[in-house]
Design a protein around this ligand. Structure first.
Ligand SMILES: *Cc1c(COP(=O)(O)O)cnc(C)c1O
Length: 441
């Protein structure tokens, strides 16, 4: 597999290089040079394949022979150790539940795949790396879980003290093994600044082999295409065209869908659903792309004012606004509408939406009103389990949400973290010290 930069000013790289570099040097984003359609017989029999079998075919088609079949099969089986069921909410509105992984959000797919891919390449070279991540909550926990126990990789997570939820803090600090948590006496921005300084520090890069687990890494994007195929497979026998609706922030999840479509998946339309951070819906409507500072909403994982995957979306459509508009419809909703949808869907249909999924539900509902003559199946992606947003959802539905067993277990574990002031020198001496111990042992 070869990858190019969307900015076109940095040389092509291999899959392995793209995974460890994260970003091309010209500040663009890596894209696969070739995305081939899968053969007809794959789609003719897709409903007979397991989730793992589908993902294996998709990955092999994208990455070619960069990873031998047996190893790739093992990676896929480890990554997809949980299901992604399509659940009917009512009538022709379905949801694709992407929260059955260890941290109860769809970012588990990307984080688990990236960790295994990195682990595979490092094992080939008998090399070790250190991953540094700053988190405001969810990305850090998915990364921690994804990399837990993966050989040759140590992960250090920086989170702002007192600024993540209790469950999130548990998810960050109770892992043990190769995952270390630093509780920073500062804000998320301080954490991010410290991580950035570390990447720029020559001594650290030389001694530690630092790498990021950035959300725009190509190895996080690829697995986000798997479940579109799998959802299609689950609905195929009904024989209706499928509309996918993706609650979006950085638009990585939607890009996974666009790649699936490029590989031949029959998709009638995509709906890009956002909260008040409506940069992409506005672009689709008015043709003007104007990033702005994000505003805070109750679907906070989508509070993004400059979507990092926008360049990939444009690139997939060769910068043609008309072509993008053919496939993607943009819609945005307020917090008030989101809360109303959570309440109504629970009261009428007994399904508990999380605030992100609720935005997706609203967009589907509006789409169906605007297109009454279409006989389609709609699928909105449920990107997180509602219990992760219990403080918002529970008062609206007037009852407690059960916490799944796999999350309940960590609540009983002991918190392990190192308190640190928001100072790069503290981080540097900590990292050098930790690493010295690791090599002496
Ligand atoms: C990250 C996230 C999103 C947004 O996904 P993008 O790929 O950034 O568009 C939506 N919902 C939840 C729960 C998330 O964690």
């Amino acid at each position: 597999m070869r990858l190019y930069s969307t900015n076109g000013k940095s040389p092509e790289v291999s899959f392995e290089e793209a995974v460890f570099k994260g970003l091309p040097s010209d500040n663009g984003l890596f894209m696969p040079k070739e995305i081939k359609p899968l053969p007809n017989h794959f789609f003719e029999h897709i409903e007979e394949l397991s989730f793992q079998e589908i993902a294996f075919e998709v990955t092999q088609s994208i990455i070619g022979d960069d990873i031998p079949s047996d190893d790739l099969q093992k990676i896929i089986n480890e990554v997809l150790s949980f299901d992604a069921p399509v659940v009917n909410v009512h009538d022709n509105i379905h949801t694709l539940e992407l929260f059955h992984g260890p941290t109860l959000a769809f970012k588990d797919f990307g984080a688990r795949f990236m960790s295994r891919i990195m682990g595979y390449f490092l094992q080939e070279k008998a090399q070790k790396i250190n991953i540094l991540v700053a988190t405001s909550g969810d990305t850090g926990s998915a990364v921690a879980q994804g990399f837990l126990g993966v050989p040759n990789i140590n992960v250090t997570i920086l989170y702002p003290k007192g600024k993540v939820s209790e469950i999130q803090e548990m998810q960050l600090t109770t892992n043990g093994q190769n995952i270390k948590a630093l509780e920073i006496e500062g804000t998320f921005d301080d954490c991010q600044r410290m991580v950035k300084s570390a990447f720029l520090d020559e001594e650290l890069s030389k001694k530690l082999g630092l790498s990021s687990a950035n959300s725009i890494n190509i190895s996080r994007l690829i697995p986000q295409s798997f479940y579109y195929f799998y959802a299609y497979a689950q609905l195929k026998k009904q024989g209706k065209p499928v509309v996918f609706c993706v609650p979006s922030g950085n638009f990585g999840n939607l890009c996974g869908g666009l790649i699936a479509q490029k590989m031949g998946l029959p998709v009638h339309k995509f709906i890009a659903a956002t909260n008040a951070n409506d940069i992409v819906p506005t672009y689709l409507k008015e043709g003007k792309y104007e990033p702005k500072p994000s505003v805070q909403t109750i679907s906070n994982a989508m509070d993004v004012g400059a979507p990092s995957n926008f360049a990939r979306m444009q690139n997939l459509y060769e910068e043609s606004l008309e072509a993008i508009r053919e496939d993607i419809i943009g819609k945005s909703f307020t917090d008030e509408q989101t809360k109303e949808a959570i309440k109504r869907v629970f009261n009428q249909y007994g399904y508990i939406l999380d605030p992100h999924g609720a935005v997706g539900y609203l967009a589907v509902e509006e789409y169906l009103k605007e297109n009454p003559s279409e006989d389609v199946n709609t699928v909105f992606l449920e990107t997180a389990h509602p219990c992760k947003f219990g403080d918002v959802v529970e008062p609206i539905i007037g009852q407690k949400i059960d916490i799944p067993q796999r999350l309940q277990e960590i609540v009983d574990r002991e918190k392990q973290s190192t308190l640190m002031d928001a100072n790069f020198e503290s981080l540097k001496s900590y990292l050098l010290n930790e690493n010295a111990e690791a090599t002496d042992a």
